[in-house]
Design a protein. Structure first.
Lengths: 109, 114
C-alpha cells in the first residue's frame, strides 16, 4: 500500500478552522484518500473520502491537490469534541484500512 | 443511526484460555473486519470477511485466530489459546458494499490477558 506522511501533532483554537495536511507522493491512480479519526477511548470514525475532486460533507472538507500527491482535511470550526487522532489512509474499494500514526489534534478553548 | 455493537466491552482472561469476541455489524452490510490496537500503538488490520469466507488476513492472524458468522447477524473473533501479547482493544467494522464506502467501527472490546 502507498504510504502517507502526516505531522505527529497539531493545535488549534476552538471555533477556528483547522487544516490537517497529508502527503502521499506514491499514490496510485486507483487509491482513494480516506480520513478517519479516533476520539479518546473510542473506535475509529469515518470523516470523509475522495478520489480526485474536492469533497464536502457535514463533518469536514477534503481538498485534494491536482497531482493527488497531497491532500488537506479541513475542519471549518474546530470544537473541543474534534480533539482526536486524525488518520489519512489510502486504499481501494473493499480492502482493509492501513492505519499509520496519524495527527493528534489538540483543540484549545 | 445504525451502529456496530460489540460485546463484551471488557474481557479478562488467563493466558492459554480461549476467548470469543462478539460483534453485531450493521444489518445490510456485507463486508466485515477485525482490527486490534495494542495500548499506545497503531490500529492494525487482522482479517476481512465477505460472502462467508475470509477475503484477506494479516500476518498477525495466525492459526490461533478464527472468525465466524454463525447466524447471519453475529460476527465473532475467536482466539484459541491467548497469550499476554494478545492484550489489546479489538475493533469490529462493517461496510455495506465494495465501493470505497465508510467502514463503520464498533466501540471495541478491551481484552486483558493475565
Amino acid at each position: 500500500d502507498a504510504k502517507t506522511t502526516q505531522p505527529n501533532s497539531m493545535e488549534s483554537n476552538e471555533e477556528e478552522p483547522v487544516h490537517l495536511p497529508c502527503n502521499h507522493s506514491t499514490i496510485s491512480g486507483t487509491d482513494y484518500i480516506h480520513w478517519y479519526r479516533q476520539l479518546p477511548s473510542q473506535g475509529p470514525e469515518y470523516v470523509i473520502h475522495g478520489l480526485t475532486s474536492n469533497v464536502n460533507n457535514r463533518m469536514a472538507s477534503l481538498a485534494i491537490a491536482e497531482d493527488r500527491k497531497s491532500s488537506t482535511l479541513i475542519l471549518h470550526r474546530a470544537t473541543l469534541r474534534d480533539a482526536a487522532v486524525y488518520y489519512c489512509i489510502l486504499g481501494r474499494a473493499a480492502r482493509q484500512l492501513t492505519f499509520g500514526s496519524g495527527t493528534q489534534l489538540t483543540v484549545l478553548p | 443511526e445504525p451502529e456496530v455493537t460489540q460485546t463484551p466491552s471488557h474481557q479478562v482472561t488467563q493466558m492459554g484460555q480461549e476467548v470469543i469476541l462478539r460483534c453485531v455489524p450493521i444489518s445490510n452490510h456485507l463486508y466485515f473486519y477485525w482490527y486490534r490496537q495494542i495500548l499506545g500503538q497503531k490500529v492494525e488490520f487482522l482479517v476481512s470477511f465477505y460472502n462467508n469466507e475470509i477475503s484477506e488476513k494479516s500476518e498477525i492472524f495466525d492459526d490461533q485466530f478464527s472468525v465466524e458468522r454463525p447466524d447471519g447477524s453475529n460476527f465473532t473473533l475467536k482466539i484459541r489459546s491467548t497469550k499476554l501479547e494478545d492484550s489489546a482493544m479489538y475493533f469490529c467494522a462493517s461496510k455495506e458494499r465494495e465501493a470505497p464506502d465508510t467502514q463503520y467501527f464498533g466501540p471495541g472490546t478491551r481484552l486483558t490477558v493475565l
